[in-house]
Write a protein that binds this ligand. Sequence first.
Ligand code: 1HE
Length: 268
Amino acid sequence: MDEARNAFVTIEQDGPVALLGLNRPEKRNAISDRFVEAIAEAVATVEKTAKAGVIFGHGPHFCAGLDLAEHSEKTPIEGIEGSRRWHEVFRTIERGRIPWVSALHGAVVGGGLELAASTHIRVAEATAFFALPEGQRGIFVGGGGAVRVARLMGAARMTDLMLSGRVIDAATAERWNVVQYVVGEGEALEKAKQIAKAAAGNAPLSNYAVIHALSRIQDMSAEDGLFVESLMASFTQTSPEAKERLRAFLEKRAGKVALARDGGDDGR
Ligand code: 1HE
């Protein structure tokens, strides 16, 4: 494993998978302006070579959201520009070159939940907790949550979290479609790596279609969505890599689809 770091993010390469560690544990990985830039830099660096990525938090929590100390001093225009920058950076995760899995533990709150929502798959430890305390702080979501978090849990549930200050546990987050896997304490990073490795083994063009087409199709009419699906289906199927992978299956050189030996992976 190669290891590197920038000011706020550790970078490790584990085979085809890049591991980005949010690394400001003394402030619970609260995201300052410089921290956002560090995330941008780390994502841009690793997506050149890695085939999938994992984002996790160092210390007792995944991420406490926006750095509130910094933001008490902002003017309205600086606030808008800051929020737009979060959008740009998180977009490079959601619609970049590689799939991202987030490994969540402890607090996943405010901007931390928005960051997790920009990844493609979320794995939570049973002890993780999720909240949007923006209302209590006198602010609003600004890191893409109004779109991404609302899409995951639904606007009604997000409204509840924001108005009532409700904090939900990992089991509820799974039921609400916010996380796809719940694992034991201390197990999220391993599980996220395992999922990222599986994703890294797919054809890059298929992953690209999932990352770029599937999310856009959700914004289209059903008719347009089905049309774009057909274009992507044809585009991927006729690629040389697909031809080789299909041949490999027919020649019995590729694995079959099967449940895991323990009877299936329910994420636990
Ligand atoms: C922070 C932040 C922060 C901790 N900005 N400094 N986010 C929040 O409203 C969450 C606020 N944080 C908390 O509720 C708690 O800190 C935690 C539940 C996350 C963690 O509790 P704990 O007991 O482990 O840590 P702590 O003792 O509260 O915090 C340790 C230090 O981190 C302390 O600083 P210190 O100098 O006194 O040691 C805290 O002040 C500091 N800290 N969280 C700045 N967020 C793009 S818009 C997104 C909008 C939002 O994200 S709103 C939600 C903001």
